[in-house]
Every structure is written in C-alpha cells, then in structure tokens.
Design a protein around this ligand. Sequence first.
Ligand code: ADP
Ligand code: MG
Length: 394
Amino acid sequence: MQMTRKHLEHILHRHKRSHTRDDRYAFLTEWYDPTASLLRQYQLFYYPKDGSVEMFDVKNQRIFLRRTKYDNLHQEDLFIGNRVNVFSRQLHLIEYGDQYTANKLGSKKERTLALIKPDVVAKIGDVLELMYSSNLMVTKATMTKLTWSQAADFYVEHQSKPFFNNLVQFVSSGPVIAMELMGDEAVSIWKKLLGPADSAVARREAQQSVRAQFGTDGIKNVGHGSDSLAAAARELEFFFPSTIGHGPSNTAIFTDCTCCIIKPHAISEGLTGKILNSISSAGFEISALQMFNVDRANAEEFYEVYKGVVTEYPSMVTELCSGPCMVLEIHGTDAPRAFREFCGPADPEIARHLRPTTLRALYGKDKVKNAVHCTDLPEDGVLEVQYFFKILDG
Ligand code: ADP
Ligand code: MG
C-alpha cells in the first residue's frame, strides 16, 4: 500500500513538473556578421512565460547569450522566414528548432497571395484593417502595374472563360498591390474575407466581406485570393520570386516626390492600415509602396546624414532594422514640404501638444519609435525614394 502511494506521488509530481515546465520555443536562425562578412548560425530560444531569450552559437557549440528578459520580441513575430531583432542583431528565422515548436507554432500557419485590384488601391488602409482584424499578417507587399500579358499569365486558368478579356483588361488598367499574407489557415480565411466574386452577391450573402463593403460588380471586386496552398505558392512566386529574377517592377516615378517609411514598431503594432488611411484622407497620393527588411548596414547608410548630428542615430538604425518596414513614395509638386508638415515634430510628445492631428502625434511613441520617417530636405526626396525603389529593390 505504502509503495503504491509513493509510486503515485512520484507520477503526479512528474506530471506537475511537465505542466509547469516553462514553454520554450526553439529556432534555427542566421545572422549576417558585417565585421567578419560571415553568416553565423544561432539557436534562438524564446520563453513566452517571461518573455526571455537565450542564444546558442551552433558552430562553436557554446552559449552565446544567457537567458535574459527581452521585451521587444513577441510570440506573433516567431514564424519561419521572418526577421527579428534581438539585442541589435537582426536574426533570420530559418527553421523550427524542435518538433514541439513546429507543432505549437507552425502547424496551421499558411501563406497566401492577396492581390488588391485597381478599384480599391486608394482604400488599401481599410482593406488592411480588415485583414488585421482577421488575424492575417502582411509579410510582403509591393505596388506594381501589370502589363496586359503579365495579367493574362497570372489569370491563365481563366483563359477560356467569357470574362477573361475584361478581367485582364481591368487588372492591368492601373496599379495593384500584391501582398503575402500569413496566418493560421490564411488561404481560406482570406478567401472568406473577400467573399463571393460578384460584389452584388457578396452584399446579399456576406455583408461583412471586403467585396460587400468595397466592391462594385463582378469585375471590380476588390481583390484576388489564392484558391489552395499550391496556387498560393505559384502566385506568390509570380510576384515575389524566391529564386533568380525579379517580379513585376515597382511603380516609383522618382519626380516631385518624398519618401515616407512606416517604421517597424508601427507595423508590428498593427498601425499600418490606420496610417495609410490617414495619409490618403489628408489628400496625399501614394505612387509607390513596398515592404522591406532593411539590414543594419543599409539602415546605417540610409541614416548616414544624421550620424553625429542627431543623438538618437544609433537607436534610429536599430529601430529601422528591427523588422519589416513599409516604404512609400508620396507624389505631388509640393509633396516634400507638405508631407513633412503632416508628419509633425519628430518627438511625438511635442507633436501631441503642438500639432495633435499629425501622424507622429497620432501614432508615435517616442523620438525613435515615432511611427514614420519622412524626408527632411525637399532636395533629398528623390534620392531617398531612389535608395529604396532603385537600389534596395534593384
Ligand atoms: P475569385 O476571384 O473569387 O477566386 P474566380 O476565380 O471565379 O473568383 O474568378 C476570377 C475573377 O474573374 C473574379 O475575381 C472576377 O474578377 C472575375 N469574374 C469571375 N466570374 C465573373 C463573371 N461572371 N463576370 C465577370 N467577371 C467575373
Ligand atoms: Mg479564383
């Protein structure tokens, strides 16, 4: 009797331990070491309970960073292919480090293509808001204008349909925005959010859908979504080729323009849709849009003029390479001056007192996480736009 009890206690104790065991997620990551010009591999461990991280140097088989609390990493950012910033190192998440992590974080994660058609490109902010509220994350985005034959290639499966010509004609009639969406069951969630192809049917049968809210008819119906995982892979490859080559080119025009960067903190706080809406409602024309993962060397280069001038320079660099950012070309004869006005003072606290309707007053947190970068000097507008849309997207 006594023996059995002991045995049971032991089992209970073991179970209790395994239940209270700290959840630990493991990843294989790569970091480009600019001083050694080397790609280094680390195992990254993340403990969701207290938000601490730990790093293990794979090549040298030793602890690189002892378990330390780190507030700037969140569970939502932990998925394969993403880049996260850990103590100023931009780590590329290559694969799950163990089966537990893969099961827990990766099992239902899918990627799909969302193509925003020309009829609602100006309402991109509203569409993004709906995507975020369906727990879809935007991991890639680019504004492009398809030629007739590119659009025909994209819609080749509908070649024999009576509406094919109208469809291709419409999709190539103006700028579109291609996005990679990521999330649990992203393929079906995005299709469901779009609703039935005919906007009138959508208004009758799926009132909450994007097409019901923003669509016009069967052709002007807001967007496209991949039908299956296989279609998603093919369609993502069309816009965001992973191997050689370049997808359809960006729409930057490089004249009468200024550069706006929606900073990584604002993207990860889910403010992208709101910021884009504010920019459009203030009457600014967004003539190019793309998401970038800026690495440290490029962030330093881009901010070079602030080096030694602005005390926040090192933190600005760290912020810019801490995750994906979204870069916009804002077009208009007076765009550099007018847009800078609209962004407001660099310090959001000051902005909230003096210019409460500006972007930084509305969406900024502090002098570094101030929601947006905008070109300071009008003569630099074209140069900054070129840096992203010509050099980094070369
Ligand atoms: P979905 O975009 O919902 O996947 P389909 O794959 O059936 O819909 O069709 C592709 C696109 O072709 C639609 O988004 C729509 O723009 C257009 N389309 C489909 N059916 C019609 C139709 N009967 N008349 C006009 N356009 C249509
Ligand atoms: Mg379809």
